[in-house]
Structure formats: structure tokens, C-alpha cells
Design a protein around this ligand. Structure first.
Ligand code: SF4
Length: 224
């Protein structure tokens, strides 16, 4: 089904996206540091590999600046990104707690991370801090760490996978996804080509804007 957000989908939009598509989420760039170096990394030279913090593209010096930006834009939630926010875990935890304290439990927070620094202890800290949703960006060329995705099942939040829709990678990715899709609450194929797949409960949601995504959608739909 075509959506009014220039994409296609099956099922309900994930919570983490509902406010994003309305521009109601604060985009918090926690750090430009990341343990990976993906060739398709979309981070600008001003941010990449630099420990800088931005709220809605404004450089911020401290948490007060972050709260002020959220207030000024009347944000109803936040998306934590980077870099990998887990490289600066204490900062990430403190910002999640501060936003929840200031704006309340309903202020929806989702976070993007690679799998490299994920372990159960870290996920528990994020969950206890109040994080509502986590999206993993695994290495599409090396599946060694992919089993870590399953650690997220131990907590009562939405979780999923986000990967770039790179031509010629769909076949082996779809095989991996079919195996794991049943466990995911959300999957997001994005960056330049933007394919977003999400599972919430038994509903499959797919959002795409790239031919590879259309093929993936067709294939996944058949197998789910
Ligand atoms: S994991 Fe994300 S932030 Fe890190 S290098 Fe890859 S694309 Fe960039």
C-alpha cells in the first residue's frame, strides 16, 4: 500500500516512525564516533569521527541546550543517532533519563546503533533508563554479530534492524532476514534508498522507495 509519506507499507507504522514522519521528534546526534567504518556512511565530514553533539542539526554544548531545542520545537519524542550512541553510553543514558524526566513517560525515544557494542548489560541500562525502541544496524557483509539482535528480546520494547538497500546484497540478506524476521518487532532498510520493514506483534510493516525494496517486500510478504 502506498502511504502519504512517499513510501509503501504493510501493517501499522512503528511507534518510532509515527512522530518522525510528522516532524515531531527531536533528532539527537549523540556523537560522531563509531567503531565501524561503513563505505556508505551518510555522516558529514564535520561530524564523522568527531565527538560532537547536535540537536536538530544545531551543535549543542550541554543537556540544557538539548532540552531547550526540544521545548522550542515542541518535540513529542526523540531519535538518538550518531555515530554510535553506545560509544558514549553514559551520555546517552543521561540524555534519555533527562528527556523522560522533563517531558514525561510518553515522550517516545528510539535509538540507532550498530551491533558492535551491544551486550545484555548495555541493553538493560538503556531499557532501565527508559528507552522505548532500539534499531540495530548490523554489518551486512559480516553476520558474526547478528545473533546479538536476539538479546533485545529480553526486554519489553520494540526492536528491529536497519540496513542499507545496496544493490546485489538483497539475496543473501533476505535469506538471513527470513530466518530472523519472526523475532523482530521492527526492521528498517534505509539510508539513501530507504527501505523500512517493521514487525509489531503479528503485523508486518514495510516502507520502501527503491526497486530493491519492492522486490524485498514482495519476497518477504510471501514468506511471512
Ligand atoms: S555504523 Fe552507522 S555511523 Fe557507524 S560507520 Fe556505519 S553507517 Fe556510519
Amino acid at each position: 500500500m502506498k502511504t502519504k509519506y512517499y513510501s509503501y507499507n504493510i501493517g501499522e507504522l512503528p511507534e518510532g516512525c509515527k512522530l518522525c514522519v510528522q516532524g515531531r521528534k527531536l533528532v539527537l546526534f549523540v556523537t560522531g564516533l563509531c567503531s565501524r567504518n561503513c563505505f556508505y556512511c551518510p555522516i558529514s565530514d564535520e561530524k564523522k569521527n568527531r565527538d560532537v553533539v547536535y540537536a536538530n542539526e544545531w551543535p549543542i554544548k550541554n543537556s540544557d541546550d538539548m532540552i531547550k531545542e526540544a521545548e522550542l520545537t515542541e518535540a513529542k519524542g526523540a531519535g538518538f543517532t550518531g555515530g554510535d550512541p553506545l560509544v558514549k553510553l553514559d551520555r546517552t543514558l543521561s540524555y534519555v533519563k533527562l528527556l523522560k524526566k522533563r517531558f514525561g513517560k510518553k515522550f517516545h525515544i528510539h535509538l540507532y546503533t550498530s551491533l558492535d557494542l551491544v551486550d545484555e548489560k548495555t541493553l538493560k541500562k538503556l531499557y532501565d533508563a527508559g528507552l522505548d525502541e532500539i534499531r540495530f544496524h548490523p554489518d551486512i557483509y559480516n553476520k558474526r554479530l547478528w545473533p546479538k539482535i536476539m538479546l533485545a528480546r529480553k526486554f519489553s520494547w520494540d526492536f528491529g534492524v536497519e540496513i542499507p538497500a545496496i544493490p546485489n546484497t538483497e539475496k543473501h540478506l533476505l535469506i538471513s532476514l527470513r530466518v530472523r524476521l519472526i523475532f523482530l518487532t521492527l526492521m528498517n532498510w534505509s539510508f539513501l534508498m530507504h527501505l523500512l520493514i517493521s514487525l509489531q506483534g503479528s503485523d508486518l510493516f514495510v516502507r520502501i522507495s527503491f526497486p530493491m525494496g519492492l522486490r524485498a517486500l514482495t519476497s518477504l510478504r510471501k514468506s511471512c
